[in-house]
Design a protein around this ligand. Structure first.
Ligand code: ADP
Ligand code: MG
Length: 221
């Protein structure tokens, strides 16, 4: 595909490219739409890290996201990977969709049911998304599509029972329920709330961390 023919590492933003997001925070890519053979494609471009000490990390993010998208090829709840460009950018199928908040409330309930199913299927494939929020989900023709697999983790089958991995799955599903509540107003049922409550050890780490942080701030402030 044409994206592969671009000179390695070149910033491919064409004058007509519609910018979807400017990378402003650390290790955030520029995200824009380009035209490939008359069809729109999304480019996630970490080119601004070229020749910087963070370049290996940016390349790692590109490789990791590409690997997950490759594994999910053909799945209707993820965009197709078109290719990587010079190690610092990804070309991804453009999903013509709206953010979950923009879908109507009626569509919302059904869409969230599908979204839960999609996240469960992702987990069955051994992948956790780890960054589920409204900006990383698009609703396209009534189907939720997950985007932004930069934080996703793939776990080998024999490690999936480990508590930290279970915690990642729980946290993904809790984020779906949080989104559903925020957008449709539907609170989690008692059963869902019980299943989504963080286990004791997560709470203990959270409380411990807050205590250390407060002490540190108290000393330095
Ligand atoms: N495949 C896509 N199709 C349509 N829009 C997309 C696609 N990928 C990303 N976007 C848009 O660009 C934004 C940023 O992309 P994202 O992959 O989430 O980057 P980041 O890792 O910086 O959050 C998304 O919130 C979404 O609005
Ligand atoms: Mg994102």
């Amino acid at each position: 595909m044409n994206l592969m023919l671009l000179p390695p590492g070149q910033r491919v933003l064409p004058p007509t490219g519609r910018v979807l997001k400017r990378g402003e925070r650390l290790l955030e890519p520029d995200v824009y739409v380009i035209d490939v053979d008359g069809r729109p494609a999304v480019v996630k471009d970490y080119g601004r890290y070229r020749w910087t000490p963070l370049s290996p990390l940016a390349r790692l993010l590109v490789r990791r996201e590409a690997r997950v998208l490759r594994l999910l090829r053909g799945w209707r709840h993820a965009p197709a990977l078109l290719g990587t460009i010079g190690g610092l950018a990804l070309g991804i199928e453009f999903i013509p969709g709206v953010a979950p908040g923009e879908a109507t409330i009626e569509a919302g309930a059904a869409v969230f049911q599908q979204l839960r199913g999609a996240v469960a299927a992702l987990h069955d494939a051994g992948i956790t998304h780890n960054d589920l929020h409204p900006a990383n989900v698009l609703i396209s023709g009534g189907t939720p599509v997950l985007i932004d697999f930069a934080s996703a983790v793939r776990t080998p089958r024999w490690l999936r029972w480990l508590p930290p991995v279970r915690e990642l799955r729980r946290s993904d599903l809790a984020n779906v329920l949080k989104m559903r509540q925020r957008i449709t107003g539907q609170p989690p049922s008692r059963q869902e709330a019980a299943a989504m409550a963080p286990p004791g050890w997560v709470e203990a780490i959270r409380t411990g961390w807050k205590r250390v942080y407060r002490r540190f701030k108290g000393r330095s402030g």
